[in-house]
Design a binder for this molecule. Structure first.
Ligand SMILES: [Zn+2]
Length: 403
C-alpha cells in the first residue's frame, strides 16, 4: 500500500501507509532487502492457499468493475515499467488501473496490483511511477501480505478489521454491483493489510534497489512523498480556512516526515542514488490520452487546496491549456475573495494555448458575454462548437449564438 487516500486526508490517516507505525522502527538499508520468493512463486501452506483463493475471487470482481481503466496503450505502458522493476516478481504481477482520484496503490498476495488514476495524475515522471510500482512489488517479494495476515490471525483481530472496513466503505459508497464489491474489498484489504511501520520501511528500502535495478533514479522516490506531504498541508490549510478564518492546520502526520527522511537517507547511502533515468518526456507521452480525464477527476473532488497544489507542481514541467483551464475551474470551485479575477486570468491564458480543452472556450465565451463582450464571447462559443459539434449543450450554445 502506498496510500494517501482522500479518506486518509480527511480522517487523518486510515490509509495503511499513513498509519503511525510501531515506535522506534529503524530505517532499513536498501542493500539489506532481498526477495523472499523466487520466480513463478505459488503458495505451499494451507492458510496461504486459502488467502490466495479469497483474493482470486476479488480479482474477478476487479477485472469486471466499471471503475477499471482498460486503455490498452496505457496498461501496456504501466506493465512495461513494472516489468523493469519486477525482478523475481516478473510475470507474476497483474496490474489493474482503477478510476479514482485518490492517491493509492495496493498489492495483493496473489500478484494482483491496483493503482488508482489519482496516483498517475500526480507523477511528474516515469521514475516516480516506477517508485510506486517498485514499492508495491516489494510488498509482494517480501511476502508482506501473508506475513501481516498471519500476524493478524495470531492476534485474532481479523474480524474486527474486516467489520471496520465494511462499515466505512458502506458509509462512503452508494454504488452497486462490482463497484461496491471493489470498494468493500478494497477497504477490507487496505484495513487488513495495514502493514506495520517496519514492513513499510522494508518496502520503501527495497523499492529503491528495485528502481536502481530498472535503471531509474532512486532519488525520485522521496520526492513523491515530499509532494504528497505538501499537498496534504495545502489541502488542510484550505479546508481550515473554509471552516474558520485564521484556523491553522499546518501540521502533517509525523510518520510521513519520518518516512520521507528515511527515503532521503537511503538514497544518499546508495552510491548511485541520484543517478538513473527520470523519463519525464516518456511519462507525459504515455499518459497524454488519459491526462484530461485524470485532471478533470482530480478537480471534481472539490478539494481546491489539493488540486491547485497538484496543478502547480505539474506546471513546473511547463504550463499548458489543460492545466490553465483546470486551474480556472479550481478557483471557481474555491470561490475565495479574488478567485473570480484569478479564474479569469487563468482562462485568458488557457485559451491562448493550442491544446486548450474545448470546455475552456465555452467558459471563456460565457465569461466574455457576461462582461458585455458579445462578439468576443460568441467567437469563443463558436470555437467550442467547432471542437465539440456533438456536445450535449450544442443546442443551447447555438441558441445563445443566434441571440
Ligand atoms: Zn506500502
Amino acid at each position: 500500500v502506498t496510500g494517501l487516500s482522500r479518506r486518509g486526508l480527511i480522517a487523518g490517516g486510515l490509509c495503511a501507509c499513513c498509519l503511525p507505525g510501531a515506535a522506534g522502527a529503524q530505517r532499513i538499508s536498501p542493500s539489506a532487502m532481498t526477495p523472499l520468493i523466487g520466480k513463478g512463486y505459488r503458495p505451499v501452506d494451507t492458510d496461504e492457499k486459502g488467502l490466495w483463493s479469497r483474493v482470486e475471487r476479488i480479482e474477478e470482481e476487479i477485472a469486471g468493475s466499471s471503475l477499471r481503466v482498460t486503455d490498452p496503450a496505457l496498461t501496456a505502458y504501466l506493465s512495461g515499467v513494472q516489468h523493469r522493476v519486477a525482478r523475481e516478481a516478473e510475470g507474476s504481477v497483474r496490474l489493474y488501473v482503477m478510476r479514482s482520484a485518490d492517491f493509492n496503490a495496493a498489492m495483493f498476495p496473489n500478484g494482483m496490483m491496483l493503482i488508482h488514476t489519482g496516483t498517475l495524475v500526480r507523477f511528474r515522471n516515469e521514475a516516480q511511477l516506477a517508485g510506486v510500482l517498485a514499492h508495491e512489488t516489494a510488498h509482494y517479494l517480501r511476502k508482506h501480505q501473508v506475513r501481516s495476515w498471519r500476524d493478524l490471525k495470531l492476534r485474532s483481530d481479523i474480524m474486527s478489521f474486516a467489520s471496520v472496513g465494511l462499515g466505512l466503505a458502506g458509509a462512503a459508497t452508494g454504488i452497486g454491483g462490482g463497484d461496491l464489491i471493489y470498494s468493500l474489498n478494497n477497504a477490507i484489504y487496505l484495513g487488513a493489510f495495514a502493514y506495520s511501520r517496519s514492513l513499510e520501511s522494508e518496502a520503501d528500502a527495497m523499492s529503491l534497489s528495485l528502481m536502481r535495478h530498472g535503471g531509474y533514479r532512486p532519488a525520485e522516490a522521496p520526492d513523491i512523498w515530499k509532494q504528497l506531504i505538501a499537498e496534504r498541508r495545502a489541502s488542510a490549510a484550505a479546508r481550515g480556512k473554509r471552516r474558520r478564518r485564521g484556523y491553522s492546520v499546518l501540521s502533517t502526520h509525523p510518520a510521513d516526515d519520518v518516512r520521507m527522511a528515511d527515503l532521503i537517507a537511503s538514497t544518499e547511502e546508495m552510491a548511485d542514488g541520484r543517478d538513473g533515468a527520470t523519463g519525464e518526456a516518456d511519462y507525459r507521452v504515455a499518459i497524454a490520452a488519459v491526462r484530461p480525464m485524470l485532471i478533470d477527476d482530480l478537480v471534481k473532488l472539490n478539494d481546491p487546496g489539493s488540486s491547485l497544489h497538484v496543478i502547480d507542481r505539474l506546471a513546473e514541467s511547463g504550463w499548458d491549456g489543460l492545466l490553465r483551464y483546470h486551474q480556472a475551474e479550481a478557483y471557481r470551485l474555491r470561490g475565495e475573495p479574488g478567485d473570480v479575477d484569478r479564474m479569469q486570468a487563468s482562462l485568458d491564458q488557457a485559451v491562448a494555448y493550442a491544446d486548450a480543452p474545448a470546455e475552456a472556450y465555452r467558459a471563456q465565451g460565457y465569461a466574455l458575454l457576461k462582461k458585455g463582450d458579445g462578439a468576443g464571447g460568441k467567437a469563443m462559443l463558436g470555437r467550442y462548437l467547432a471542437a465539440r459539434p456533438d456536445a450535449k449543450d450544442a443546442g443551447m450554445i447555438k441558441f445563445t449564438l443566434a441571440q
